[in-house]
Structure formats: structure tokens, C-alpha cells
Design a protein around this ligand. Structure first.
Ligand code: G1P
Length: 297
């Protein structure tokens, strides 16, 4: 089927990050580092791999460190233009963004994820677009959004990343009601944000979306949902009746919930072990720690 190319992605980064206080008193959560790269860099790299050309950040007060991070750093670059430092210069340059590729819009009030995405409506216009929640870090051979873009080229419509979760965890997620399970692609006939009881399935929404501009129209109504917030899940669910084209996509990869401390630590271990230059020393250390733990029991 012919679908419009997805070239824009929205990054809702306005949250206060209270779960990581006191660190987030002065550092945006998205700048917190996994090994040596800020969380946001993982999301940007994934977006680039999927063909995204325009990056729209929905920010709030206190997020200027994010803007600085994506700016060029001429003094640092000059200091690294020395023999033996070339590799660091390469690292730095790999984070540079093309001029005009990033836009920032402010969400003036914390009214929910749906509202944050709606704040980007004028920059999105009348095109399909991606939404990426940088808290959800996904390690995958083929980056998750790229997998979704390929699947979306077959389906069109709206697509959310999905993953099986234990029933007792479903209340922390948007949960899909499945009309037809086609393996990696699932046709959806309902979506509930953070169901308090009786989740319609154990298939949870993970923070990667490809959405039609109609979802932005639905958000215009500013309907309050779970937790009194304007929910993205609800605006997507409206498309089930309107267009009938809402899909879940079971991605191949490992997702880490870097919005929680435990998830962040797990990701740190996994990404640390995945680094060839750290693997040996780090795994030796973990091994010794485990042995000590066992001996203490
Ligand atoms: C958001 C979405 C939820 C989704 C989750 C994935 O919730 O509202 O539908 O399942 O991200 O991480 P949050 O975790 O921001 O409360």
C-alpha cells in the first residue's frame, strides 16, 4: 500500500522527572546518562535510523540543558582538534544535528501526554508522524522505530509499539484489546489507559507510535481521561471507530523502563555489558558481586 513517508517525530520531554529527584532538580531526566550517552541520544539515533528528518521536542521550563546538548560546541571541538583526540571529536560530531532539524515547543501546563503531543500540532501539519517517549529505551538489532516504519508501510493507519506484560503490571500502561492477532502485527478494537482492573489483554503500549494527523484533531477536544489527564491513548482509540485502522506492533528487542530507577539500573547493566571496551571488567565485577551476595545469604 502507498503511505506517506514518516519524516517527523515528536519527543515529549516536558515531564518533571520527579522519580529521579534530587538529580532532576537541575538536570532534565532526558539528559541522564546510560553509560556515557544521555537517554535522549538513544531516542534520536533510533529516530534517525528510521528515516526521521525533523525532530520536535515538547519541552517545559528548566529544560534548556537539552537545547544546549544539541547545539554545536565550538570550544570543545577546537580543544579536541589535536592529535590523539580525533576519536572524541567523532563522538562529539555524531551528536550534531543539521541546522533547522530540531524544533522546540513548550507545553505550558502539565495536562498529559496527549496534550503534549497536541502542542506540536502546527509543526506536524497534515502528515503521519512518530512519537517517541525517551524513557522507553529499546535495545534491538534493527531499531524499533525502523521495524515499525516497515510494518506501517504495509498497514497505514495508526500503529503503537506493544509488548506482553504480567497482568499485575498492566495498570501502569495503555493496554490493547485485540481484534485479530497476526503475529507481529495486531489489529486493535480497543485501548484503555492504565486500567485499574480487568485489563483487556496483557499487551501493553510501549513508547513508540506512528500516528495519523486525525489523532491531533481528536486531541483538539481536550477530553480528560485516566488520572484527569488528556491521554494520547484515548485519542488513538477514537480512530478505531473512525478509521478502523489501529494496530499494535510486537517489536523485536528488549525494552528498558528508564522512567523507573530499577529499569534505569537494568539498562545501565545491559548497555554496559554490551560495550566491548567495558564488558570484561564490568562482567567480572558483577560476577564477584553476585558471589558476595550469595555468600552473605
Ligand atoms: C505512557 C502512555 C502509556 C504507555 C506508557 C509506555 O504512560 O500513556 O499508554 O503504556 O507511556 O511507557 P506513562 O508511563 O508516561 O505514564
Amino acid at each position: 500500500m502507498t503511505t506517506n513517508k514518516v519524516t517527523k517525530a515528536v519527543f515529549p520531554v516536558a515531564g518533571l522527572g520527579t522519580r529521579f529527584l534530587p538529580a532532576t532538580k537541575s538536570i532534565p531526566k532526558e539528559i541522564m546518562t546510560l553509560v556515557d550517552r544521555p537517554l535522549i541520544q538513544y531516542a534520536i539515533d533510533e529516530a534517525r535510523a528510521a528515516g526521521i528528518k525533523e525532530f520536535i521536542f515538547v519541552t517545559s521550563r528548566g529544560k534548556s540543558a537539552l537545547e544546549d546538548y544539541f547545539d554545536n560546541a565550538p570550544e570543545l571541538e577546537a580543544a579536541l582538534k589535536k592529535p590523539g583526540k580525533e576519536h572524541l571529536l567523532d563522538v562529539l560530531e555524531s551528536t550534531n544535528m543539521e541546522s533547522g532539524a530540531i524544533a522546540y515547543v513548550r507545553q505550558h501546563k502539565a495536562l498529559g501526554l496527549g496534550h503534549a503531543v497536541w502542542c506540536a500540532r502546527r509543526l506536524i501539519g497534515d502528515e503521519p508522524f512518530a512519537v517517541m517517549l525517551p524513557d522507553d529505551v529499546i535495545a534491538a538489532e534493527k531499531p524499533c522505530l525502523q521495524q515499525m516504519v516497515e510494518a506501517y508501510e504495509q498497514t497505514g493507519g495508526n500503529m503503537v509499539a506493544a509488548m506482553e506484560v504480567p497482568p499485575e503490571k498492566a495498570s501502569a500502561y495503555g493496554v490493547l484489546s485485540v481484534a485479530e492477532d497476526m503475529g507481529s502485527i495486531v489489529k486493535v478494537n480497543g485501548m484503555v489507559e492504565k486500567p485499574k482492573e480487568n485489563p483487556p489483554s496483557n499487551l501493553a503500549v510501549i513508547g513508540r507510535y506512528i500516528l495519523t494527523p486525525q489523532v491531533l484533531n481528536n486531541l483538539n477536544r481536550k477530553k480528560e481521561g485516566a488520572g484527569g489527564e488528556i491521554q494520547l491513548t484515548d485519542a488513538i482509540a477514537e480512530e478505531i471507530d473512525d478509521s478502523g485502522k489501529v494496530y499494535g506492533f510486537r517489536f523485536r528487542g528488549q525494552r528498558y523502563d528508564c522512567g523507573s530507577k530499577a529499569g534505569f539500573l537494568q539498562a545501565t547493566v545491559a548497555f554496559g555489558l554490551a560495550r566491548p571496551e567495558l564488558r570484561e571488567e564490568f562482567s567480572g565485577y558483577l560476577h564477584d558481586m553476585m558471589a558476595l551476595e550469595k555468600a552473605a545469604q
